[in-house]
Design a protein around this ligand. Structure first.
Ligand code: BGC
Length: 719
């Protein structure tokens, strides 16, 4: 006899629900919706036909902070959602934002999204998604609330650390790999926040006015890639409004673009408390309401929606469509099947992924006179200075925070790597509300050492890299600018490593010989950083966003379009976000998009543009990269396109392809980057479509957006 066991979790209690086909009237065999050999749509149709009106309503809104109701008579288990992009968050609720207080909800803390983006390695995106998917299954989850792919429009956005930088192509490629990896584990990813949640200030109300081209070319492509290339089963709406309508029930974004144009078949959920109106929620593409600040029955898509359905004011087909999408995600992720993946937690493989993402995502920004790597055998005393050397970050960052199994901070990592050979002394140097004596002690420590490793930067406190608030400025907090200058004066052999997102550095950058951008490198971050500092790992990260010299250089601030006035923010810079602005306007950045140094050197040569057959790939850029230095290393070769006679103004250059190549010393590899017609296209608002017009283009290949090593012209012919 057919028999299935499902684990249902109610509150903190787990129990087994068993049912058999014998208990379902009229079914001699198993019902179609439970037959895993049937096509998903057939199963969805069958299950939909068995649901009552009230049961349908129960599937489209929450019944606790992170769950939806079970329907026990049909064996539909409670669905568990959880944050987020950097691992499986601790359990919350059920009815408050407080932690549930469990002792079994630890997880592997991956580096922050911006660090993953800085690896420029899509395979690592896949590996991270897969590991998080395995942990999500082991923790009994169904839908994971990530990745976050909102474009970095202003350096001040509090959630830039969670996202994948300023470039639509890089964000799209990195998130697609992540989603495929995560969803391979019978978990649905939920890409967020759709769309234009580019600031935290006034995030629940701000109305974004953006022109159609910028919307299509800058802010939507990563979501499109998530859905079409990554195959994401869920999408989360954003808190803000677009053109006067909240994004969680925005007809244009959800119905017209996501579902009609892109063919998205999965479910759209609201951000928590991002739903504001029953009719709009019913009609404008929302399929699952989460986190509204009301009793669950009073959610907009609960009793109020039921009333409008019963009175005939809203059509039943709309409800069926929402339920269908929810069921499709359940069935596609094998929620109803006995052979669903079981998952695993904190395995050596997961730890290795966390470490590798950090190793490949930390960016070497400056290295004069080969200051790095340090040679532990040649040093007697190293002074490690800075609060971030010992501060733990994994649990911070609000919804993306993780209750980590452990966290190797930078000091731990350095002591572990070099402590047996070198005397490592530590001085905090600065702290919020710390007194002058902290700095004095650190300067004394710096003087007494052969080398200094300064570990500073930002943290997840409110006002820095955090949710619900933006940064006030781009400055280093707690007097760090002054402290760094004094430490360099005390000991010129000072390596600075900064955690967090981008900061202004002009007060000390020219004096410091070596600089690393370490982001939030996750629970293996200290090990990764130490391996880079002492040369076990050759850095290969590249910036996924331009570092401006000062805030007022970056477009939103230069044009005075942040954070908006009278509830509205106008993206007047249009397409010119990030390097598109700096390059087009000829503004020198502190560090350009795509930049990152290595302990070795790479030579680019022999660019050939090989014509394709014109149907799919129109041209392939072929070139060689050689490791001309003494150590193994990896280079991210970037391909930019510049159109010579654009019909509409275009940015100076746009990233259209990249490849990360690992090479032994002396090693040489031929690299192929194929380009389709779409690589040459812009969005034409008049024609409401993408246009790749016949024209001459310059194809530029290099190690960053400002380090173009090879270039050649390509003529795009009429189709
Ligand atoms: C955040 C989302 C998150 C949700 C659930 C919201 O405040 O914006 O990113 O997934 O909370 O924690």
């Amino acid at each position: 006899m057919f028999m299935k066991i499902h684990l249902l979790r109610v509150g903190a209690i787990s129990f087994a629900l068993a049912w058999s086909t014998a208990s379902i009237p009229g079914a001699e065999n198993q019902p179609v919706y439970l037959d895993a050999s049937q096509p998903v749509e057939t199963r969805v149709d069958d299950l939909l036909s068995r649901l009552t009106l009230e049961e349908k309503i129960s599937l489209i809104h929450a019944d606790s902070k992170f769950t939806t109701a079970a329907i026990q008579r049909l064996g539909i288990p409670r669905r568990w959602l959880d944050d987020g992009p950097h691992g499986v968050r601790e359990d919350i609720g059920p009815d408050t934002w407080n932690p549930a207080g469990r002792t079994d909800d630890f997880a592997t803390a991956m580096p922050a999204g911006i660090c993953l983006a800085a690896t420029w390695n899509p395979e690592l995106g896949y590996a991270e998604g897969e590991a998080i998917g395995q942990e999500a299954r082991a923790r009994g989850k169904d839908i994971m609330l990530g990745p976050g792919v909102n474009i970095l429009r202003t350096p001040l956005c509090g959630r830039n650390f969670e996202y994948l930088g300023e470039d639509p192509l890089l964000s799209g490629v990195m998130c697609s790999g992540y989603i495929r990896g995560e969803q391979s584990q019978d978990i649905s990813s939920c890409v967020k926040h759709f769309a234009l949640n580019n600031q935290e200030t006034d995030r629940g109300t701000i109305n974004v006015e953006v022109d159609e081209r910028a919307l299509r070319e800058i802010y939507l492509p990563a979501f499109k890639a998530a859905v079409q290339d990554g195959g994401a089963w869920s999408v989360m709406g954003a808190y803000n409004q677009l053109r006067g309508q909240h994004c969680c029930h925005n007809d244009y974004l959800l119905n017209k673009i996501l579902k009609d144009e892109w063919g998205f078949k999965g479910l759209v959920m609201s951000d928590w408390d991002g739903t504001h109106d029953t009719r709009q929620a019913a009609l404008n593409g929302l399929d699952l309401e989460m986190g509204t600040d009301k009793k669950y029955d009073d959610f907009y898509l609960a009793q109020p929606y039921l009333n409008l359905l019963k009175s005939g004011e809203l059509p039943p087909a709309g409800l069926d469509e929402k339920v269908r999408r929810n069921l499709r995600v359940m069935i596609a992720t094998h929620v109803l099947d006995g052979d669903r993946k079981k998952g695993s937690l904190n395995t050596a493989a997961h730890q290795a992924v966390a470490r590798q993402v950090a190793e490949e995502g930390i960016v070497l920004l400056k290295n004069e006179n080969q200051t790095l790597p340090l040679d532990a055998a040649k040093l007697k005393t190293i002074a490690v200075i800075g609060e971030n050397a010992t501060r733990l970050h994994a649990h911070g960052g609000d919804s993306s925070g993780i209750k980590a199994f452990y966290e190797i901070n930078p000091l731990d990592g350095i002591v572990k790597r070099a402590g047996g050979k070198v005397n490592v002394i530590y001085s905090e140097g600065y702290r919020k509300d710390g007194g002058a004596e902290l700095g004095e002690r650190a300067i004394a420590a710096a003087k007494s050492a052969d080398a200094v490793i300064y570990i500073g930067g930002l943290n997840h406190d409110r006002g820095f890299d955090c949710e619900g608030a933006d940064r006030r400025d781009m400055k280093l907090p707690y007097g760090q600018d002054e402290l760094i200058s004094k430490i360099i004066a005390a000991n010129p052999k000072t390596v600075v490593a900064l955690e967090g997102t981008m900061v202004e550095m002009d007060l000390w950058l020219d004096k410091v010989p070596a600089l690393l951008q370490a982001w939030y490198p996750g629970m293996e971050g200290g090990n990764a950083l130490a391996k880079i500092i002492f040369g076990d790992v050759n850095p290969s990260g590249k910036l996924p966003a331009t570092f401006p010299k000062k805030m007022s250089d970056s477009p939103a601030h230069a044009l005075g379009n942040y954070p908006g006035t009278n509830g509205m923010v106008t993206y007047a810079e249009g397409l010119l976000v990030g390097y598109r602005w700096f390059d087009t306007k000829n503004i020198e950045p502190q560090f350009p998009f795509g930049f990152g140094l290595s302990y070795t050197t790479f030579k680019y040569s022999n660019l050939k543009l090989i014509s394709g057959d014109g149907t799919n790939e129109v041209v392939t850029a072929q070139f060689e990269i050689e490791n001309t230095g003494k150590v193994a290393g990896a280079e991210v070769a970037q391909l930019y396109v510049h159109e010579k006679n654009p019909a509409l103004p275009r940015p100076e250059k746009e990233l259209k392809g990249f490849k990360k190549i690992f090479l032994q010393p002396g090693g040489k590899q031929t690299v192929l980057i194929p380009l389709t017609r779409s690589a040459f296209a812009y969005y034409d608002p008049a024609r409401k479509s993408w246009v790749a017009q016949p024209d001459s283009f310059e194809i530029q290949i290099g190690g960053s957006s400002r380090d173009i090593r090879l270039r050649d012209d390509f003529t795009l012919a009429e189709k």
